[in-house]
Design a protein around this ligand. Structure first.
Ligand SMILES: [Zn+2]
Length: 147
């Protein structure tokens, strides 16, 4: 298992068959060549919700070690292309609205949905910043062409 390694998002996108320049056009506030992806430590993963495979902070993207290992594998990388674009979309959001406002909107949407009786996964899915990140990432899904 890789420990302490890092690759650029650019390298992961290229391995997944996604044109980094198209991602730059969709997400003008991020540069995939300057964005680091690192394997998340065991201690960091302990605070992640169940089922989460990647977390993006303003300084970079962390992924579970299994995903990290396949990001540069020519046979497996394509599976994670949309995940990387999704996480880059969160980075673009941080830069656009600021990290604190991002946390406020993110948790505000989640807690409001929970308050209205929705379960964890429904509340998570409907967070507006998640909806936006999914919409952008879906344009880069394998077999699709962005407009
Ligand atoms: Zn997300």
């Amino acid at each position: 298992m890789t420990r302490g390694g890092a690759i650029t998002a650019q390298r992961a996108l290229l391995a997944a068959g996604i044109d980094p320049d198209e991602v730059r056009r969709a997400l003008p506030n991020v540069d995939p060549a300057r964005t680091r992806i690192t394997p998340a430590s065991r201690a960091y993963r302990r605070v992640w919700a169940k089922g989460i495979v990647a977390v993006t902070a303003p300084w970079g993207i962390s992924v579970v070690p299994e995903v990290f290992a396949s990001l540069t594998d020519p046979n497996k990388a394509w599976r994670h292309g949309t995940l990387i674009v999704h996480e880059l979309a969160h980075l673009d959001q941080y830069r656009r609205i600021g990290a604190w406002r991002h946390i406020g909107r993110y948790t505000g949407d989640y807690l409001s949905a929970r308050w209205h009786g929705r379960n964890h996964w429904d509340a998570y899915r409907d967070i507006r910043l998640e909806v936006e990140a999914r919409a952008i990432a879906s344009r880069f899904a394998p077999g699709r062409h962005s407009p």
